[in-house]
Structures are given as C-alpha cells and as structure tokens.
Unconditional design. Structure first.
Length: 107
C-alpha cells in the first residue's frame, strides 16, 4: 500500500497550548487525530542543558501538508524554536486508512 501518511511530533509548553494547536489543526482538517502525552525533556538551549515538563503532541497527518501545518503551528506556539517532526508511516490498517483519508485535506 502506498500512502503519504505520517506521524507528526511536536512538544508544547503546556496543555493549554497543546489543546489550542491540536484544535486548530483538527478544525482545518490538516490532521485527523492528536494525542497528548506529558513528557519530561532534557535539551541543549543557548549553550546549557535545560530541563522542562512539556506536552508531546503525536498527530496523524499527511507529509504533503507539513508546510501548512508548520505555518499554523508558528502562529500559535510560544517557543522561539519549536521542533515539529514528521515520521513517515509505512503501513496502516485498511479501516484506519479510510478514516485518515476521509478526515485529512488533500494537498
């Protein structure tokens, strides 16, 4: 099966920000689903190691919509430098493929 589905990963400052971003992307049919997971993050920032508590959004989307999703995230995200990553999905069950195809905009 050939598809262009992906999982999009994005950390957010808190639940309120994650809710706002997820809802905006869902309303615009740029994603079909957003899962929120609390995470502890350790990372380099401005020359030193930082630690923070964040919300990880794991979203179901299409690779061809990445630029549009990034544009929407840029409008809503509080971080100066956010990390939005797309991971291609190699296979998906038939019923899930139908659902995703029906909910996500075409290019």
């Amino acid at each position: 099966m050939k598809n262009n589905f992906c999982q999009l990963w994005l950390t957010c400052a808190d639940k309120k920000e994650a809710d706002k971003i997820a809802n905006t992307l869902l309303v615009k049919h740029l994603i079909a689903c957003a899962k929120q997971v609390p995470v502890s993050a350790d990372y380099w920032w401005q020359g030193k190691i930082e630690h923070g508590e964040e919300i990880l959004l794991i979203m179901e989307g299409k690779l061809e919509l990445f630029d549009r999703i990034e544009t929407e995230v840029k409008k809503l995200h509080s971080y100066e430098t956010f990390v939005l990553e797309a991971v291609p999905v190699l296979k998906v069950s038939k019923k899930a493929e139908q659902w995703l195809s029906g909910e996500i905009k075409n290019g």
